[in-house]
Design a protein around this ligand. Structure first.
Ligand code: ASP
Length: 288
């Protein structure tokens, strides 16, 4: 049985649990870790209450700009996309990995590639997100001084281990609500918001700039590869992030023994596995 763990973002806002459970079920039907990671994230991207695909938050101009990545830990391959407008950007990330000689495509070129590959374009996200954006704008909360508030983040991600001991990781996001147009977050960048190797799979959520500056997922994975328990590796890395900046941040990790780690800073974080919710360890509040 393929082991699939999913998270719904570290905003502190309670997530629709059926969405996370559906994603686990969608992934667990696949015997290959890569297929499982893609299927699970596609399911999360289709969910209107999660910040990815159809439910994605909007940038400061009220536009959809999505980031995603998928990593095949066993083969050491990675694909990422940034600033795209598709319902399922994780599938484009996989296409970049498998059907192009590149690892990361962004903006217009990435959009053209997705269209050429036959993906469904998505220029608007859910009506709720457009209404939310208008409310935040009217309340003056889209200025750069409000950037990175806990409730403005919420990437989704998965880590997967299949029966052949292959690890994969995938993330997908609308990024941080109110980000400047053109901003690229951590989710599509290997080692920052998403990482997998033959020994560890790690995904992150929170204010992406902190993960980009520290390569947080790579740090946690290295600790696991050196023998540290995934829980200890996540806690140590989230503590380190907190020494830099006390914003919302979470790390979810898995090793080849099926050992899980989940730690975060912030209000609450929904992480689920096949047996139900996983108690991610909270290391402190986020200071907005
Ligand atoms: N890490 C994401 C980003 O900065 C946001 C999130 O986790 O919600 O793009």
């Amino acid at each position: 049985m393929t082991l699939v763990l999913v998270h719904g973002g570290v905003s502190g806002v309670d997530k629709a649990m059926p969405g996370l459970q559906d994603a686990i079920r969608a992934g667990a039907t696949q015997s290959n870790a890569l297929d499982a990671a893609e299927e699970a994230v596609r399911s999360l991207e289709d969910h209107p209450e999660l910040n990815a695909g159809y439910g994605a938050v909007l940038n400061r101009a009220g536009e959809v700009e999505l980031d995603a990545a998928i990593v095949d830990g066993a083969r050491g391959r990675w694909g990422g996309v940034a600033n795209v407008r598709f319902r399922n950007p994780v599938s484009l990330a996989r296409m970049v990995m498998e059907r192009t000689p590149h690892v990361l495509l962004a903006g217009t070129g990435a959009q053209e590639a997705g269209v050429a590959f036959g993906l469904e374009e998505m220029n608007e996200s859910s009506p709720e997100q457009h209404e939310r954006w208008a409310r935040e704008r009217d309340a003056g909360r889209l200025g750069l001084e409000s950037y990175g508030r806990s409730e403005h983040v919420d990437t989704v991600g998965v880590v997967v281990l299949d029966e052949a001991s292959r690890l994969c990781a995938a993330s997908s996001t609308g990024g941080v609500l109110g980000k400047l147009p053109g901003r690229v977050g951590d989710s599509p960048i290997l080692g920052a918001g998403t990482y997998a190797s033959s020994g560890a799979a790690v995904v992150g959520t929170g204010v992406g700039e902190l993960f980009l500056e520290t390569l947080a997922c790579l740090r946690a994975a290295r600790l696991i590869e050196e023998g540290l328990d995934p829980q200890a590796a996540c806690e140590r890395t989230v503590s380190l992030l907190g020494e830099r900046q006390q914003v919302a941040a979470g790390l979810l990790a898995l090793d080849t023994g099926g050992r899980v780690g989940a730690a975060f800073r912030g209000g609450s974080w929904s992480v689920w596995g096949p047996e139900g919710p996983i108690g991610a360890v909270c290391l402190g509040p986020a200071r907005d």
